[in-house]
Write a new protein. Structure first.
Length: 319
């Protein structure tokens, strides 16, 4: 049995996630983190050891998270990660949704509810009348493979029947990284917002380069004085860890919000779709300024590693 635990964290509360994952680790060593607020736990051994039902174990986890960290959560349980995640998306706070009959749980749901089915695939399937998971499950495998391809068709056919072969991988590499800035007071100055974005982009870029990773997209979350938030995301033209590219996209995301003297309490910038830098393609440029910027960035990284993170800063941040 797999539990999908979705912690209800504040936008700036991702720092608590490692502690919450350690809480899950008290019951099972097989815990996979999915930032910013989700974790998968294979609890089959824990259920046998404690002689608890999934609902009872989930209740203990929920109470401990509230008592120790003041964090509520929603929990879904199922025989595999896909069903556990789907259950967690529908579960209400304080109630654990357990999938005991995968066929009945899936049958009447729209096909887009399945993992791996995006809008394009859903349009293709709906065009042939395969608009529900049950109809996809009833379709011949060969038909699905002709519509969406051999590999995708088989995966879709299996998932529509409640089969997900994805394992829960403990200590898996994070697929996202975030940096956050909170202002000492409600900030309405656009210049201060952009200075925060520049610092966040530099922080994320340095972290990714140190870890040998690149990101495919950025997500910007702005938190206001009334605690409401707005989030925008956009894909980069190429996967990168170059701080200048991250900063440019962060500025574009901020501009797209069209803020007019908004009282901003904090800004979070998230790098998503992380992959290893060794496998990323890099478009060569004939612009000497770009190559010079990358060489300067490499030198600055070495200086920060030796003398501290504030050894080299952009001029607007050093002022």
């Amino acid at each position: 049995m797999i539990l999908c635990v979705r912690f209800r964290l504040e936008p700036a509360g991702e720092a608590l996630l490692p502690r919450l994952v350690e809480l899950l680790g008290e019951f099972t060593p097989t815990v996979e983190t999915a930032p910013p607020s989700e974790a998968l736990a294979d609890v089959r051994g824990a259920l046998r050891y404690f002689a608890w039902s999934p609902t009872e174990l989930a209740s203990v986890i929920r109470v401990r998270a509230l008592a120790l960290y003041g964090v509520d959560c929603v929990i879904g349980a199922g025989p595999n990660p896909m069903l556990a995640r789907m259950a967690a998306r529908e579960a209400r706070p304080g109630v654990t949704l357990v999938v005991e009959d995968p066929a009945a749980f899936l049958r009447d749901r729209p096909v887009v509810a399945l993992d791996g089915v995006g809008r394009a695939t859903a349009r293709t399937l709906c065009g042939y009348g395969l608009d529900s998971v049950g109809r996809v499950a009833d379709a011949p495998l060969a038909v699905l493979q002709r519509l969406v391809g051999a590999r995708t068709g088989r995966e879709l056919w299996e998932r529509a029947r409640g089969v997900d072969r994805t394992p829960v991988v403990p200590n898996a590499a994070s697929r996202s990284a975030a940096a956050e800035r909170s202002f000492p007071h409600d900030e309405i100055d656009r210049t201060e917002h952009r200075k925060a974005l520049l610092a966040l982009a530099g922080e994320l870029g340095a972290r990714l380069r140190t870890e040998g990773q690149v990101c495919r997209s950025l997500a910007l979350t702005v938190r206001y004085a009334d605690r409401s938030t707005t989030t925008r995301s956009r894909t980069l033209s190429e996967a990168t860890a170059h701080s200048a590219a991250l900063g440019s996209l962060a500025y574009a995301l901020h501009d797209s919000l069209g803020l007019q003297r908004a009282r901003v309490r904090g800004i979070t910038l998230r790098a998503e779709g992380l992959t290893g830098a060794e496998g990323a393609a890099y478009q060569l440029s004939l612009d000497p300024a770009d190559e010079k910027a990358r060489r300067i960035e490499a030198v600055a990284d070495r200086a920060r590693a030796k003398f501290g993170p504030r050894a080299v800063l952009p001029g607007s941040l050093a002022a």
